[in-house]
Ligand binder design. Structure first.
Ligand code: NI
Length: 145
């Protein structure tokens, strides 16, 4: 069974695959554009990306980073954002705060939990009044689950 691990101590196994010429040509352009040194590394990353997507869809444990920009002058916002992190079902591992200018702050919140918990936290934070922009980025835990 294929494990959802991003790092593997398994030996490298060579496989060959068949692709249409046009598709291979498009893939090679993509490989070059994204600065991969080899097709193999590009394929490995595509497989890993799909494993992360699958973990997300199956509501398994993932790590999410929630990046927000907000106006810290909005009343109670800073307090509310902290409360949301403490109350979340997801486990907030860390938060980075940057004072962008006199008014705006940037924060990167790193949280671990299942997909639903991470999505709930992200929605709650990004949707808060005074948050000007927010994005959730998800990755898998770097080990088998
Ligand atoms: Ni600040």
């Amino acid at each position: 069974m294929l494990k959802d691990n991003l790092t593997s101590s398994n030996k490298i196994v060579r496989v060959s695959l068949a692709l249409e010429k046009d598709l291979l040509s498009k893939f090679d352009k993509w490989v070059t554009k994204h600065k991969y040194k080899t097709r193999s590394e590009a394929i490995r990353d595509l497989v890993r990306a799909n494993l992360v997507k699958q973990a997300w869809q199956e509501n398994r444990s993932v790590v999410g980073t929630i990046t927000i920009v907000y106006d810290h002058h909005v009343r109670e916002l800073t307090k509310n954002l902290t409360k949301k992190q403490h109350d979340s079902q997801a486990h907030v591992l860390s938060a980075l705060h940057v004072h962008l200018d006199k008014q705006n702050c940037l924060e990167v919140i790193v949280a671990k939990g299942n997909s639903q918990q991470i999505q709930d936290l992200a929605d709650s934070i990004i949707g808060a009044k005074g948050v000007l922009h927010g994005e959730l980025c998800v990755t898998a835990l770097g080990k088998p689950q």
